[in-house]
Write a protein that binds this ligand. Sequence first.
Ligand code: SF4
Length: 271
Amino acid sequence: MFISEVKCKSVLNKSGISVIDYAINPYYGCAHKCQYCYAVFMKRFTGHTEPWGDFVDVKINAPEVLARQLQRLRKRSRISFGTVCDPYQPLELKYKITRKCLEILIPYRHRVSILTKSSIIIRDTDVLRRLYKLKVSFTITSMDERVRKIFEPVTPSAEKRFKALRTLAHDGIRTSVFVAPVMPYISDSPDAIGEILKAAKNAGAEYVMFDTLNPYPKVWRNTQRLVRIHFPDRLESFNTYYSNQKMYKVRLRERIRHLGEKYDIDYRFAF
Ligand code: SF4
């Protein structure tokens, strides 16, 4: 892993995502190394030659930059942590950049949301509970450890993530689960989806949001390679997803609706 400390000029950046106004990414790069990561496009802005997941640049001055930028931000805004990196990736334990940025946001009444795969977030419960209308979403794509180790090799287990979610929910923090991506023919069976919905309900999540795999060329090649190695019997079905996404999504929505009713938890679609 190649780690460097860098200075950024801006950390509060306008977002192209419709449901948020600004994104904060305290790190360039992400050590979680998810094999379907769409943020891989960020590599070209970093000058790194190492593969995505093998480098992280720590935005060492992010808290000071954020403090300056917030003073100029007049409108109450929706600010999201973790659009192209996980704000609670392992280096956060040492650097605390995310924590410091959150502390700076406390006096403001911006709507903050955090997306993470990490139980490290629990360390910051004292800060989180002081933020205005905070929402924390845990990405959990599969309860199956084998699947997780293949597609998200450096992340905490789903069990640890649910434990963290439960702790936050019990502390009065609004939480949800983001199942993204549902891996076609790998983690989309009624049992696999049902397990997540049940665990989310038991842990106190407000709702579960689902999204499908975005088959950008690099993502598609990589996930297809892993399916070929680890799930050869499902490769043929997996390949049909590429040209048959519309029908796949119709069926998946139907499956999720049915299971959402069964487990009595609010479900949403991002696809
Ligand atoms: S946690 Fe998110 S940003 Fe990090 S590697 Fe995984 S998908 Fe990419």
